[in-house]
Design a protein around this ligand. Structure first.
Ligand code: ATP
Ligand code: MG
Length: 204
């Protein structure tokens, strides 16, 4: 399974609907500083509900909504005048059958999920005067974050996983003590999760 396409609409610097294709093996995004490269990764983490551990470089969810106040390269504190919602869609190529139909139907809570050779995960955040709301969709069917997370976990994609090597991470890894570095390997191997559970159990 791999990401086939990302569609950003009103998300961070993407004021206009922007489609980004991803290739199976390797995709490179280049551009000047501040042009929105990292915002693309933020979009993936946002839509797939993976942002909890790695962070999406925003203080609050509504900071993710496109704000034309940023156009001058400022931090965008000017009164927001742009749209009041952001939508990101991640299209996953499931042509290899990583997830089977019943798993998708289960997560979506509906038989009406279309062809599951493509899995479309969409998240929308909407701001009103008093509040903000977050909506998730799986192949067009409204569902909860936990439904999406449970489904992706079955394909080995979890919020606890080392999904993104962030800017500065490589230098950090080089400067780590061997013990700290071992921690990362445990995390990748999925051992860290069990260590944490074991510790919790001992505390109880
Ligand atoms: P670098 O090469 O320095 O890592 P980058 O291409 O990764 O740069 P990003 O961090 O993705 O750049 O994008 C930063 C830009 O996104 C800034 O110009 C900032 O003003 C803009 N930005 C962030 N949030 C918003 C928002 N809510 N609305 C509009 N623009 C935003
Ligand atoms: Mg960057």
């Amino acid at each position: 399974m791999h990401i086939k396409k990302l569609v950003l609409d009103g998300f961070k610097s993407f004021g206009r609907t922007t489609e980004i294709p991803f290739y199976e093996d390797f995709t490179v995004v280049t551009g000047p500083n501040g042009s929105g490269k990292s915002n693309i990764i933020d979009g993936v983490l946002f839509a797939l509900g993976l942002a909890r551990t790695r962070g999406i470089r925003a203080e609050k969810l509504t900071d993710l909504i496109y704000n034309p106040g940023h156009a001058d390269g400022s931090d965008g504190d000017a009164a927001p005048t742009g749209p009041n919602e952001a939508t990101v869609t991640v299209v996953l190529d499931n042509g290899d059958g990583t997830l089977d139909r019943s798993q998708v139907v289960n997560a979506a809570g509906s038989e009406d999920v279309g062809d599951v050779s493509e899995i479309e995960v969409r998240r929308r955040v909407k701001e009103t005067e008093e509040n903000y709301y977050s909506y998730y969709y799986l192949n067009g069917r409204a569902c909860n974050l936990s439904d999406i997370q449970d489904l992706l976990a079955q394909a080995g994609i979890t919020p606890e996983g080392y999904n993104v090597v962030m800017q500065g991470d490589v230098t950090e890894i080089i400067n780590m003590t061997p013990h700290q570095r071992r921690g990362i390997i445990d995390e990748i191997a999925g051992v860290a999760e069990f260590d944490a559970k074991k510790e919790d159990a001992f505390e109880e």
